[in-house]
Design a protein around this ligand. Structure first.
Ligand SMILES: [Zn+2]
Ligand SMILES: [Zn+2]
Length: 276
């Protein structure tokens, strides 16, 4: 039988071989997840002792190759989910990985567990991590860190000169910033008025440029410092067929996934995002 398998994989195309490896890998992870879910109950019954294993760690390592840390995480989670039946079920049925649940653990309460149980099932690990971090930041009082301004010597000298003449820099810079914002708003308006039905999802360069003026190069979620990788249509493109700059937001990959996954109602309630 082993020989037969060997021959089949030899005959496979690259694509077939890759698909098969992916499928087996996914299944391996899934079954290991299910195994992990059983551990708290095995431990409670001291089942490992009755079958000659020195500890629950040895049991998990020998049967499924789990590390000591993975076992500890599973047992910890189970204890901390004692008042969170949905998450407890996700853990015990092996529906969600311990890796994801560990992340959720730091923000979940008995009141919001339904939200997190849903997110843990639909989001990728990275996206979930990002959402958890957003939640932590959102629940803290907002203090903007005093970011250093990076001004060149020339600009600093020119501003100092104006200040020495008694010109108020705050007023001056406010005027300048207001003007800039006004100009951008006009430009956006002009583009928006002149838009025709877009044939492709690709956002034209001149529209990308104005978005860059508004948002710079970072993800437009306030608390995120990652570079923007994708332009999100806040009005579903499939319906509007327009690249209206008023409804475009640059996002990093993780936030883009989150925005598409969170259902709108939850999003409004939490309003983590001021999109344009
Ligand atoms: Zn999008
Ligand atoms: Zn982001």
């Amino acid at each position: 039988m082993i020989k037969l398998d060997f021959i089949t994989s030899l005959n496979m195309t690259d694509q077939e071989l890759y698909e098969k490896a992916r499928l087996y890998g996914q299944n391996a992870l899934l079954w290991r997840q299910k195994f992990t879910g059983l551990l708290p109950e095995v431990n409670r019954r001291r089942l490992h002792e009755r079958h000659g294993f020195g500890s629950i760690f040895e049991f998990a390592y020998k049967l499924a190759g789990l590390s000591e840390q993975q076992v500890k995480n599973a047992l910890n989670l189970e204890a901390s989910f004692s008042d969170k039946p949905m998450l407890k079920a996700l853990l015990e049925n092996g529906q969600v990985s311990v890796n994801k649940l560990v992340r959720v653990q730091s923000v979940v309460t008995a009141e919001n567990e339904e939200f997190w149980a849903n997110q843990a099932q639909v989001l990728s690990k990275t996206a979930l991590e990002t959402l958890v971090r957003d939640e932590r930041v959102a629940s803290k009082p907002k203090v903007l860190p005093g970011q250093d301004l990076h001004l060149s010597e020339e600009v600093t000298a020119r501003l100092q000169e104006l200040q020495s003449k008694g010109i108020d820099l705050d007023t001056l810079l406010t005027e300048f910033l207001d003007q800039r914002e006004g100009k951008i708003a006009e430009e956006k308006e002009a583009i928006s008025e002149d838009l025709s039905r877009a044939r492709s999802r690709h956002v034209p360069v001149r529209i990308q440029r104005i978005i860059r003026k508004v948002h710079g190069s970072k993800c437009s979620i306030q608390t995120c410092h990652r570079p923007a990788e994708q332009l999100h249509h806040t009005q579903t493109f499939g319906l509007s067929h327009r690249h209206d700059p008023h409804y475009l937001a640059p996002l990093c990959k993780a936030h883009h996934q989150i925005v598409h996954t969170i259902n709108l109602k939850v999003q409004e309630k939490r309003s983590p995002v001021a999109l344009l």
